[in-house]
Design a binder for this molecule. Structure first.
Ligand code: PLP
Length: 400
């Protein structure tokens, strides 16, 4: 061997930073793997486990992107923090839908989807040793940001007897005093519950008393059933003093792949989110920003039609479940149904049984936190016939 050849020392290894090791395990990755195995084995799997909208983006929005893609201005770097016209467009939508006034320059941050902002806010506000109040069950991305910041999570159980709203009086004074951030999410993933205005009043009072910033995750803000328009946290007096709302185009306009979201409200938090983003990104492709603005300012009939579609699917599913004796409360919003598992099963054991014996994928409730144990989450993201077929397959298992 040539004596000058460099050899990699056998002890060499790439060592991750501690930060990466703090990340929670991706519970649902296992679910995706098990479902893919069943599909690969040739089974007709009905996947009700995921939260990916099944309908395409409305054509007028796609067309707006096609046209905008030709604009050479957008081939250059976009401005840091994004284009003002998109901030104005979301401010316009909030004024129209909720009567909320937002200053586009200082009270709006553009995000790469809501998910990014939900992780960034923890980086902006939490130090190691701080506490973050997190709903249980809840959307697992809240945990990721808190874990990266080195803070501790204190869970707020969402119980059926409380309408799946947190009980602030059950939070220990120690946790309340140490908390710097709190996540709330209505219409709720995974329970499908909606929150009344009085809940946000209570949230603002509690947050102001203990100096806790509020992150209201309004990802399903457009999806309320039975004629109910979900309440925005920002509609309540004092909301902007204590927090921000995260909004996304993913669900409202079936734009999950486009990655467009917003943080809205408290200007100090908006400033911090923009600051951290200045270091990571240079905003979204200008063509996407233009099409997103057209989605927000253009005709909204597509949103009404989408909500009607989900409601009709919900009703078809619940009619079929009732026939087989599976009792549960219908969701008030979002596109999820939250159903108790039969006696004698854990969430995971029941989800495994449905996959193995009925070839149906559902999300086990414990993946969303300890208080999700005893439930499974079913998505309304497939045609009514498939939802009815899922109920028929379940009926054959004679569990109810
Ligand atoms: C509760 C909740 N918040 C936020 C998001 C993030 O959505 P996006 O990153 O697509 O805006 C989701 C997506 O599933 C969600 O369910």
């Amino acid at each position: 061997m040539n004596s000058t050849t460099r050899q990699t020392p056998s002890a060499f290894s790439i060592r991750p930073a501690n930060r990466l090791q703090q990340l929670p395990t991706q519970f649902f990755a296992k679910l995706v793997r098990k479902a893919s195995e069943q599909v690969a084995a040739g089974h007709d799997v009905i996947n009700l486990g995921q939260g990916n909208p099944d309908q395409p983006t409305p054509p007028h929005i796609v067309k707006a992107l096609q046209e905008a893609a030709e604009n050479p201005q957008y081939h250059r770097y976009p401005p840091f923090n994004g284009y003002l016209f998109l901030k104005e467009a979301v401010a316009y939508r909030y004024k129209e839908d909720y009567g909320v006034e937002l200053d586009p320059e200082t009270e709006v941050a553009i995000l790469f989807g809501g998910k990014t902002g939900l992780v960034e806010i923890s980086q902006c506000l939490l130090n190691p040793g701080d506490v973050c109040l997190v709903p249980d069950p809840g959307y697992p991305d809240y945990w990721s940001g808190v874990a990266l910041s080195g803070a501790r999570m204190a869970f707020m159980p969402l119980l059926e007897q409380n309408g799946f709203l947190p009980d602030f009086s059950a939070i220990s004074p120690d946790d309340a005093n140490k908390a710097k951030l709190m996540f709330v999410n209505y219409p709720n993933n995974p329970t499908g519950a909606a929150a009344p205005a009085s809940f946000y009043e209570e949230t603002i009072r509690f947050a102001a008393k203990y100096g806790i910033a509020v992150a209201s995750d309004f990802a399903y803000g457009a999806i309320g059933f039975d004629g109910r328009r979900p309440v925005s946290f920002l509609q309540l007096p004092g909301a902007k003093d204590v927090g921000v709302e995260f909004y996304t185009l993913s669900k409202t306009y079936n734009m999950a792949g486009w990655r467009v979201g917003f943080a809205l409200g408290n200007r100090e938090i908006v400033r911090m989110i923009n600051l951290i983003q200045d270091h990571y990104y240079c905003s979204l492709f200008g063509g996407i920003q233009e099409a997103a603005a057209k989605a927000l300012t253009g005709p909204q009939q597509c949103v009404d039609e989408l909500v009607a579609r989900y409601q009709s699917r919900r009703d078809a599913l619940f009619a079929a479940l009732e026939r087989i004796g599976w009792q549960a409360a219908k969701p008030q919003g979002s596109f999820f149904s939250w159903l108790p598992v039969p006696k004698g099963f854990s969430s995971e054991a029941f989800a495994d049984l449905l996959l193995e014996q009925a070839k149906i994928v559902v999300a086990p409730g414990n993946g969303f936190g300890q208080s999700g144990e005893g439930y499974v989450r079913l998505g309304l993201l497939t045609a009514e016939e498939r939802l009815a077929e899922a109920a028929e397959r379940i009926a054959k298992l004679n569990l109810f």
